[in-house]
Design a protein around this ligand. Structure first.
Ligand code: CP
Length: 309
């Protein structure tokens, strides 16, 4: 297979195992490109991409922008905080105005779950979801799984625990879909209040004991506590959260095996992970960031190949 089964990337839920393998294969080639002295290919010289960010971002935004530049696409950047959205313009009006400037692809981060899907049903341009509220963050999950594959050779059969604020996390949901499709075993671990009630229906294990979860896993993906999405207090204090669910060197060293530590960023150092662990040789946090560019190049390239030119 050399084409994706989907026309847009709105969520991992819509992808097949073959789609993910194709994205990884393409990312392998693009990783070679970005490690060359000339880190650029002319593949998308005729494509214009709009990056629409209605929510803050550092990694995802820079990574998409770099991926687009490495593919030689033309780019327009839009940030909600400095746009006419502040004057009451709707999402569809904003996007239609941008599309009338002949844009072929839209990369969008939006606070509302389903916003990327909504857009993909209403515009002719290809849509890539760069995170929609608490729903999905598909490119993050793909780069996470790709980084596990790079580190451990394969994702299938590996045990991955996702620790922390599962309730508010689009990264957790996309990771669960992606890892399960690739044949990994998945566990979620955190305080009862931050684990959705029916999460086990997705075929994942649930633990409320970090030490036990770490003893089980090959990989620990430590999520950020999303204070900005918590209207009520889901745990008594950050200090207590950190004591029960924070990953520190002592915990890592108490295991009788070497596990890999991941974090999608941004990190709350000293809350979900200590600096000593984040900066240790067991951490692949910066590899994740590096792989993000190759993964996003692969997705943009594959979706662009479906544009009628
Ligand atoms: N991992 C992630 O989505 O980070 P940003 O919010 O900085 O894009």
């Amino acid at each position: 297979m050399n084409n994706l089964s989907v026309d847009h990337l709105t969520g991992i839920r819509d992808l097949t195992n073959e789609d993910i393998q194709l994205i990884f294969k393409m990312a392998d080639s693009f990783k070679d490109v970005i490690n060359r002295p000339i880190k650029k290919v002319p593949s998308l010289r005729d494509i214009t991409i709009a990056n629409l960010f209605f929510e803050n971002s550092t990694r995802t935004r820079l990574s998409f922008e770099l991926a687009e530049k490495r593919l030689s696409a033309d780019i327009v950047n839009f940030s909600a905080s400095s746009s006419s959205v502040k004057k009451g313009e709707t999402l569809i009006d904003t996007v239609n105005n941008i599309l009338s400037m002949k844009v072929d692809m839209v990369v969008m981060r939006h606070p509302n779950p389903g916003a990327a899907h909504f857009l993909s049903q209403r515009i002719s341009a290809k849509v890539i979801n760069a995170g929609d509220g608490t729903h999905e963050h598909p490119t993050q999950a793909l780069l996470d799984a790709y980084s596990i594959r790079e580190e451990l050779g394969d994702v299938s059969g590996k045990k991955v625990v996702i620790v922390g604020d599962i309730l508010h996390s689009r990264v957790a949901l996309s990771n669960i879909y992606c890892l399960k499709k690739l044949g990994a075993e998945v566990m979620v671990c955190g305080p009862t209040t931050l684990i959705p009630k029916h999460i086990a229906d997705l075929g994942v294990r649930v633990s409320h004991n970090l030490k036990e979860a770490l003893a089980w896993c090959d990989v620990a993906n430590m999520l950020r506590i999303q204070l900005e999405r918590q209207e009520i207090n889901f745990f008594p204090s950050l200090r207590e959260y950190s004591m029960l669910f924070g990953l520190n060197k002592q915990l890592l060293d108490s295991l009788d095996k070497r596990i890999i530590v991941m974090h999608p960023g941004p990190i709350n150092r000293g809350v979900e992970i200590t600096s000593e662990v984040a900066d240790s040789d067991q951490s692949i946090i910066l590899n994740q960031v590096e792989n993000g560019v190759a993964i996003r190049m692969a997705i943009i390239y594959l979706l662009a190949s479906k544009i009628e030119r």
